[in-house]
Design a protein around this ligand. Structure first.
Ligand SMILES: *[C@@H]1O[C@H](CO)[C@@H](O)[C@H](O)[C@H]1NC(C)=O
Ligand SMILES: *[C@@H]1O[C@H](CO)[C@@H](O)[C@H](O)[C@H]1NC(C)=O
Ligand SMILES: *[C@@H]1O[C@H](CO)[C@@H](O)[C@H](O)[C@H]1NC(C)=O
Ligand SMILES: *[C@@H]1O[C@H](CO)[C@@H](O)[C@H](O)[C@H]1NC(C)=O
Ligand SMILES: *[C@@H]1O[C@H](CO)[C@@H](O)[C@H](O)[C@H]1NC(C)=O
Ligand SMILES: *[C@@H]1O[C@H](CO)[C@@H](O)[C@H](O)[C@H]1NC(C)=O
Ligand SMILES: *[C@@H]1O[C@H](CO)[C@@H](O)[C@H](O)[C@H]1NC(C)=O
Ligand SMILES: *[C@@H]1O[C@H](CO)[C@@H](O)[C@H](O)[C@H]1NC(C)=O
Ligand SMILES: *[C@@H]1O[C@H](CO)[C@@H](O)[C@H](O)[C@H]1NC(C)=O
Length: 734
């Protein structure tokens, strides 16, 4: 019998071996060699009030299956342990409107006014509700009456895979005759505590003996390097030099992330320190804190929070043993789906990644550098928005108005402003008012679509790169392995009628001259919001024609789609035509993508950006969650993006080919779920639904023919407007 079983057994061992090998193919540089941990600080406070039931539940629902829930323990007057993120209860709850008087107490030597748990019993606190404590996060869940939870509630009702208790203020509670030590020791008899952290040496030292040999790990938390540790009277900076001392009472350390990767005041990343290797050498685990998707971390990460996590866990030199995050979905994906990706793995082919003015999130749009970056990032298609110069040269520039994307406002040409309502409502300095040579004398300027939120793109590249003519662009594209180029044409009718220039002829000529017609396999895509432009191309060429619908729509009627099919192969639609929004929450999903697909039209979506304010709350301030939800949840075929690198990174992730076992953090979000969780008094007014596209929206009069006008010095320039001072603040696309 055993003889017959043997091959079967070998087979089983062999396949187990394969699984282990594939999971372990690049073993982790953590202390134990296991994957780093995700520690969810107060659950998921990026969305729900910190330490609320919903916050912890969302963390469990969207994170790695071994996620650790973090609770900041405070003690009530009657000695109960509650999870509350701040020693001052008015921060993150409505206590100041429930109980009249604040108190002043000494907290670590600082006189501090506030509402403190030591003055209230657990019963008193039943009438207090949790609220969002960070002003730039949504307050829409503040009416949900989330109670303050006890530590037991979290341990027993939520049954987390791991529980981490942070004891930030032992000395304060001792002054008030409350003992964290007794609380912790009695709690540890009632439920499993996996980690206990504290920034106080004395506290950890007093419990170290009791937890020796137990499952519970003690972690010393470092605060700012100039802050004084209250029991040793040393700065945290100097304690860091004595890891052997720490090792006497702790098995690990928790440090602010900038201890490991310092960021200078200009927000650039410096070389990493040796803290992680030093601590590992002493046998100490290292956890890093302060991760959140909705802050400006460092320009080096281009607003992609995944890139930041990867630099802590997958940098080739070391890995931290865990990260403390306000958005645990993102490190979960970073660890399981995005780490140890070899650059040979091709990943999925979907979605198609089309740049938006090149990698315009990284460099000024439509410059040589922006296109180089897009190609390096792995974009499938790079794009040129064609504009005409005064001397009739087609060039690539994101806007026909030089005020966006160039330094014209600071140049001698700022008097060439004109007001052309057919093009835009505000006055502009149009490309056709300057010669190509004049434009080349300007500098490119990076666009900052979220300047109103104080979010800027990398200032080091603010004016980097040089402008390209369409010829330059095509020559560059031809030398690269790309699957296509997209050429976008707007304002063609105005330019023909008023300037006597045919953009269409200019594009067709440039393509002929470049040899794209017969020498490359690159697909040529022509995009316009005006059907008459595409119809003209259909007559002359066999390029791929892309119809762009700038308006937000909720549907398209059959007649309009039949019309579109006459002149286009694919469409570009806005993000909110797919997932409609109210107050930046998704309210649902339209059927427009599947409808267009049923007519065999390809659907691209525009425009994706990394900055967290560019996407709905539902996407957790994570640009990859957003892309994934559009691709997996709505079935779009391609993304048009300022940050092609992020979309390519998404496409390479290892979790997409797991069939039915796609983990929660790589599943599309459920549109409307968060919106439905808003209580009645916080519910925003219903918004009028977006219109349905009809064939009258699609039909346009044919393009006028080129009539050579008598030469004149540029288009109607209005001297009245030369005093007008431009503010470059394009509106957000959200
Ligand atoms: C990876 O390898 C290490 C040691 O080589 C082993 O202890 C660990 O269990 C492996 N992990 C997995 C997931 O197989
Ligand atoms: C978490 O998942 C459970 C089970 O699917 C669901 O009932 C609950 O509403 C979810 N909670 C949150 C906040 O996502
Ligand atoms: C609450 O505390 C956090 C962290 O200390 C701080 O950033 C925030 O501004 C505080 N909020 C209020 C309302 O005081
Ligand atoms: C801490 O240091 C300060 C200044 O060096 C000194 O005044 C104070 O007495 C010290 N406290 C303790 C507890 O050692
Ligand atoms: C971050 O970016 C700056 C500016 O581009 C660069 O000088 C620096 O070397 C980068 N930091 C790291 C760690 O790569
Ligand atoms: C893979 O990445 C390494 C390091 O970033 C780079 O030197 C190498 O050229 C890449 N290989 C390919 C095939 O892209
Ligand atoms: C490709 O097109 C160019 C420009 O139209 C033309 O000069 C050339 O002869 C063509 N080459 C081939 C192989 O057809
Ligand atoms: C779409 O294409 C498929 C296969 O190419 C074809 O069978 C189908 O009839 C087409 N549908 C429409 C609505 O054009
Ligand atoms: C589209 O082009 C036609 C000329 O073909 C022009 O009359 C019309 O105004 C253009 N439509 C828009 C919305 O610009």
């Amino acid at each position: 019998m055993p003889i017959f079983r043997l091959p079967f057994l070998l087979f089983v061992l062999h396949s187990v071996g394969l699984v282990v090998a594939s999971r372990n193919s690049s073993s982790w540089l953590t202390l134990t060699g296991n994957a780093p941990l995700v520690i969810a600080r107060g659950g998921f406070p990026g969305i729900f009030p910190d330490s609320s039931f919903a916050s912890y539940q969302l963390a469990l629902n969207t994170s790695l299956s071994n996620v650790i829930l973090w609770c900041d323990v405070q003690l009530t007057k009657d000695g109960a342990g509650i999870c509350f993120p701040n020693i001052k209860l008015e921060n993150s709850s409505d206590i100041s409107s429930v109980f009249r008087n604040s108190r002043i107490y000494l907290v670590n030597g600082q006189s501090t006014r506030g509402w403190f748990s030591v003055d209230y019993t657990l019963d008193d606190l039943k009438s207090v509700y949790l609220m969002q404590g960070i002003y730039y996060r949504t307050n829409k869940f503040d009416g949900n009456r989330y109670n303050i939870l006890t530590v037991e509630d979290v341990a027993i009702k939520l049954k987390p895979p791991g529980l981490w208790l942070n004891i930030q203020y032992d000395a304060f509670y001792r002054q008030h005759k409350l003992s964290m030590r007794s609380y912790i020791l009695s709690a540890s008899r009632r439920f499993v505590i996996n980690y206990i952290s504290s920034p106080e040496v004395a506290f950890l030292s007093t419990i170290a003996e009791r937890f020796k040999g137990s499952k519970t790990k003690l972690i010393f938390r470092f605060l700012g390097s100039d802050e004084i540790e209250p029991s040793t009277n040393q700065t945290y900076g100097s304690l860091l030099k004595n890891l052997k001392f720490i090792k006497k009472f702790a098995s690990g350390i928790l440090v602010p992330k900038n201890y490991i990767w310092p960021v200078n005041t200009a927000l650039y990343l410096q070389h990493h320190t040796s803290i992680v290797s030093d601590a590992h050498r002493e046998g100490l685990e290292v956890f890093a804190s302060d991760f959140a998707n909705d802050v400006v971390f460092s320009y080096n990460y281009s607003y992609n929070p995944l890139a930041e996590y990867l630099s802590f866990i997958d940098n080739g030199d070391f890995s931290v043993d865990g990260v403390l995050s306000d958005f645990p979905v993102t490190p979960s994906a970073a660890i399981d789906c995005f780490s140890h990706i070899s650059n040979k793995s091709s990943g999925k082919a979907m979605p198609i990644v089309i740049s938006h003015n090149g990698a315009s999130g990284v460099y000024p749009g439509c410059t040589d550098l922006a296109y180089k970056q897009a190609v390096e990032d792995g974009a499938d298609v790079i794009d040129c928005s064609v504009q005409m110069t005064k001397d009739g040269i087609p060039i690539c520039l994101g806007s026909i108005d030089l005020l966006y994307g160039t330094t014209v406002a600071q140049s001698q040409f700022n008097s060439r402003s004109s007001n052309i309502p057919e093009i835009q409502e505000t006055p502009g300095i149009f490309t056709f008012s300057l010669t190509w040579k004049e434009i080349q004398s300007l500098k490119p300027a990076i666009r900052n679509p979220f300047m109103d939120y104080n979010l800027f793109r990398n200032p080091a590249y603010k004016n980097a790169g040089s402008f390209l003519s369409l010829d330059d662009f095509l020559a560059f594209a031809k030398s690269k392995s790309l699957s296509g180029v997209l050429i976008s044409i707007e304002n063609a009718a105005y330019i023909v009628e008023n300037l006597g220039l045919s953009v269409i002829d200019a594009v067709v000529d440039a393509l002929k001259k470049s040899g794209h017609n017969n020498q490359t396999n690159q697909k040529i895509m022509i995009q316009s919001t005006n059907s008459s432009v595409l119809i003209k191309f259909k007559e002359k060429t066999n390029y791929q024609l892309v119809y762009k619908i700038d308006e937000v729509i909720r549907d398209a009627d059959k007649a309009s789609i039949m019309d579109i099919k006459q002149f286009a192969h694919s469409l570009v639609i806005r993000k909110s035509s797919i997932f409609p929004l109210n107050s930046a929450f998704l309210t649902g999903v339209t059927k427009i993508v599947s409808k267009l697909h049923s007519f065999n039209l390809t659907v691209y979506t525009s425009v994706f950006r990394n900055e967290f304010v560019s996407s709905a709350w539902d996407f957790y301030s994570d640009p990859v969650v957003e892309i994934n939800s559009f691709v997996m949840g709505a079935g779009i075929d391609g993304v048009i993006t300022d940050f092609p690198g992020t979309a390519i990174m998404y496409r390479k992730n290892r979790c997409l080919n797991r069939g039915d076992n796609i983990p929660s953090y790589m599943r599309p979000v459920q549109p409307g779920n968060l919106f439905q969780a808003i209580s009645a008094e916080y519910l925003p007014l219903a918004e009028a639904p977006s219109p349905v596209l009809t064939d009258s929206d699609v039909a346009e009069p044919p393009l006028p023919h080129v009539i050579k006008k008598p030469s004149r010095s540029g288009p109607a320039a209005s001297p009245m407007l030369s005093a007008w001072s431009p503010i470059a603040a394009p509106s957000s696309h959200l």
